[in-house]
Structure formats: C-alpha cells, structure tokens
Write a protein that binds this ligand. Structure first.
Ligand SMILES: Cc1ncc(COP(=O)(O)O)c(C=O)c1O
Length: 457
C-alpha cells in the first residue's frame, strides 16, 4: 500500500469512530454489516446520521458534499422540497392500496411524453425493470437467448448476474467472451441463455447472432457502460446495435436505470438519437423513493394485457412512490434544472482536467449529463477489460483523501462515478475542486513512484 494511502486511511479511522462501532454491531446480525454488498468496504463503511440537499452528515458529525447520492439514485438531491411536499399528504391518505388510482396514468403519460415508449408498467427497483423487460422480449420473440455486455450491471436477477465482473482466465477470449456467473446460485441453463459480447465492439455482437441464428430475443445494454467508471459508446456503436437488432428480429433494451434521468431530459435515446424497443427506468425517477418503470411498444405490452406474460407486485404504484415520481418529473427533472446541472457538470469536469494537468497525473475525466469520473488511465477505456487495468490503491487513495476533506466524490468502488444533483451549487463544486487540488499532487507522486519501481523491476 502507498504510504500516503495508509495515512489517509488512518485519518479516516480517526474521524469516524462511531461508524466503526456501529458497523461492529451490524456485523453480528447482518452479513458484511451492510444491507447491500455494494455498501461494504474496508476498513468499514461510513454510517449516515442525516442528509439534506447536496450534503449528508455521519454519526460523528462530519459533513460531506454528497456525490454518491445513493449510487446515483438521487439526481433530486436529498429531501427535495417538491418531492417532500408531494409525499407528505400521502402519509395521511394511505401509503399503499393494492388497487388502481389516478396517479398511475399521470405518471405513465409523463414517461411516454419523454421517452419513446407507448405503454409502461411500474415496479420498485431497477432489478425488476430489467427482469420484466427480458422476460417480455423472450415472450415477444419466442426465443430464449439474450446478449449482454461484459462488465455491465443490470441488477440482481439470474439473467443479469452473468459476466458482471469476470476475471481471467474464466472470461475467455475478448472476441468471444465466456458467460461467467457472478457468484454461486446462477443455474447453468441461465449461462447457456445469456451470451456475452464486448462493449464498443459490434463484431462480437455479430458473432453471437451468427452462432445462434433465430435464437436471440434481445440485446440489453446500458447506453453508457457505467459499471466501469464511465465508458462512452464510440460513434456508431449504438446505431450498429439498433441495426443488428432490427435485422435479426431481436429487441433492443436500453437499461436506463441510471441514464434515463441523469443524461438529460429525454434520457439516452434523446441524447444519442438512437431509439430502442424497451426502456428500463428506476433510481432517480423516484426522487428518493423506490420507483421503477419499463416501457415498450403496445404490441409487446399486449402480451401482459392478454395474460400471456405475467407482471405484478404488491408495492407497485404505491401512492407515496408515485407522488414522489410525479413531483420528480414535473418539478425536478425539468429542462431548467438540466441546464443548471450541466453547467455544474462542465465546471467540475473542466476543473478536474485543469488540476490533473497541473499535477501531472496520468488520468482523464469522463463526463456525461449529471455523471462523471476521474479515470486513472493513460488513455480512454473502451470496454470492461480496459477498465481492469486500474491502479486500485491509487483510486482508494483518491477516495479516502477526498472523504477526509469532506467530499464524497462518488460511491466507494472504482467502477462508480459521481452524480451532481439539482440541489448542488457552484459553491459545492468549488469546495469539491479545492479538495481535489489538495489531493492531486500526492496522487501524481504515488503514480510516479510506482512507475519508477516498475521500471526498476
Ligand atoms: C444500470 C443498472 N441497471 C439496474 C440496476 C439495478 O437497480 P436496483 O438496484 O434498483 O435493483 C442498477 C443498479 O445499480 C444499475 O446501475
């Protein structure tokens, strides 16, 4: 470990004793001491006391500018006033009915006005949205196989937990990646039906269709591969997928759980000008409450109407989440707020670029909509395997050093990215950049020292 990283972790431990204690208690009853594996990291995760606007406070009273924002699910920021105002009356008029109500068509209208879908159904998580989209695509085509991209995360159902973070040698040849289970419990039959391709490489997708003519129901992807930091589609890639899917009679599923709200007003299809068959939404559309939706052509949704494909859920369209979703679409994800966030996003990305250049750090800044990331690579990454080359200790040094200076620059884990909420301000960005300016020279030094040792080797 770099000496500077050790120092930063020591500082972290000194600043957060109550989190350490709380984590110890959690460990007795909760695996890893956390409710989702993504929240666990060494030496222990920060425990939150409260959050408002663009900031949160931990159990020890330390305040942080929050660019984690619940893994990018809070473009609204914490407790957005419009969302809170919409939700509060629901606490007096019923929090769940298990029966239809009028907010359903209102939110369906909002979604259909913004995204290229004719009909929608709702759920509570991104996992549900992609799970139902895949099932519907299989039903609509009468085919069992799907294509997903290596390194992509689409949630926790079996079909999604294939080749999420595979390693050599099990991941096979980059031109024909193997289907690797992301942990135990994934049936062999799932691996047979989930074919893997390489992001930004249309030839690997063509190969799959050539090998399995008439057997592939859908291509599912995040239009920007987010679980490798931020990996943008190269020009022509999304268009190429659209062409292949149409030619082969397969459906194109955009998993817009992150991009749907955060890339811009109309999500990835508007941003990139490519129209998929399915759009899966979750995270930031709920403004801080659990809400998801999937939408597609009426002809496909008719399979649900005809009772041929089953969809349900006790918590679906509970009025609290629906009121939050409506307020989010009408008062948070507005064109005006997108302009504000884009201005802050540009300022943060340009500020980082300037600091990286000045410090002599070998890195680049990837940025799109409300998201961005410090990418610790000499050149732009194109796919998951490029991402694997990251210097993890250098990234950890960055993250802990920023946290120690009151900035949670992004969620913990080097495959994540920052989010800017509509409640962040110019002052937040200035404070974020001041912290990074303080940290960057040590990062550059550590990088140079490691390079010198490598040459010596
Ligand atoms: C692109 C993408 N799809 C699906 C999911 C799963 O969403 P959820 O955690 O709400 O089930 C995530 C979560 O991080 C995601 O980033």
């Amino acid at each position: 470990m770099y000496p500077d990283l050790t120092k930063e972790i020591d500082t972290f431990v000194r600043r957060t004793p109550q989190s350490a204690q709380a984590h110890k208690k959690n460990l007795n009853r909760i695996p890893l001491g956390v409710a989702s594996n993504y929240r666990a990291y060494d030496p222990y995760p920060i425990f939150v006391k409260e959050a408002h606007g663009s900031r949160f406070r931990d159990l020890d009273g330390n305040e942080y500018i929050d660019h984690n924002l619940c893994f990018g699910a809070l473009m609204a920021g914490h407790c957005h006033p419009a969302v809170m105002k919409a939700v509060e009356p629901c606490l007096r008029t019923g929090t769940m009915y298990g029966m239809p109500h009028e907010m359903e068509w209102q939110l369906a209208e909002e979604i259909a006005n913004r995204f290229p879908v004719e009909m929608v159904r709702f759920g509570n998580s991104g996992t549900e949205a992609t799970m139902h989209a895949v099932r519907l695509a299989r039903a609509a085509t009468g085919r069992d196989k799907i294509v997903k991209f290596e390194g992509a995360y689409h949630g926790l159902h079996d079909n999604a937990l294939v080749s999420v973070k595979p390693h050599a040698p099990e991941f096979g040849d980059i031109h024909r990646p193997s289907s690797a289970p992301a942990g135990l419990g994934i049936p062999q039959s799932t691996l047979t039906n989930v074919l893997v391709a390489t992001f930004n490489d249309l030839r690997t997708v063509e190969t799959r269709f050539r090998e399995h003519p008439g057997e592939i129901a859908a291509i599912i992807l995040e239009p920007i591969l987010m679980n490798v930091g931020l990996c943008l589609p190269q020009p022509g890639f999304l268009e190429g997928l659209r062409e292949i899917a149409s030619r082969e009679g397969a459906l194109l599923i955009f998993d817009e759980v992150k991009t749907g709200a955060k890339l811009g007003w109309g999500g990835a299809s508007e941003y990139f000008g490519v129209v998929p068959d399915f759009i899966c939404l979750a995270k930031s559309i709920g403004g801080g409450l659990p809400l998801a939706a999937f939408g597609t052509h009426k002809s496909v949704m008719d399979l649900i109407s005809q009772h041929k494909v089953f969809h349900g859920g006790t918590y679906n369209t509970n009025p609290v989440s629906m009121a939050a979703g409506l307020a989010t679409f009408r008062s948070v994800l507005t064109r005006e707020n997108y302009t504000h966030v884009e201005r802050l996003s540009r300022k943060l990305a340009e500020g980082y670029r300037h600091i990286v250049g000045k410090a002599g750090l070998q890195a680049y800044i990837a940025s799109a909509g409300a998201n961005g990331a410090l990418m610790l690579y000499p050149a732009e990454i194109r796919n998951y395997r490029d991402w694997l080359a990251i210097d993890v200790d250098l990234w950890r040094h960055y993250w802990f050093a920023m946290v120690n200076r009151g900035v949670m620059a992004q969620p913990y884990w080097w495959d994540e990215q920052w989010t800017i909420s509509v409640q962040h301000t110019e002052a937040d960005i200035d404070q974020h950049l001041a912290a990074f300016a303080d940290v960057a020279p040590a990062l550059a030094r550590a990088q140079q020292e490691r390079a010198a040792v490598a040459v010596g080797d």
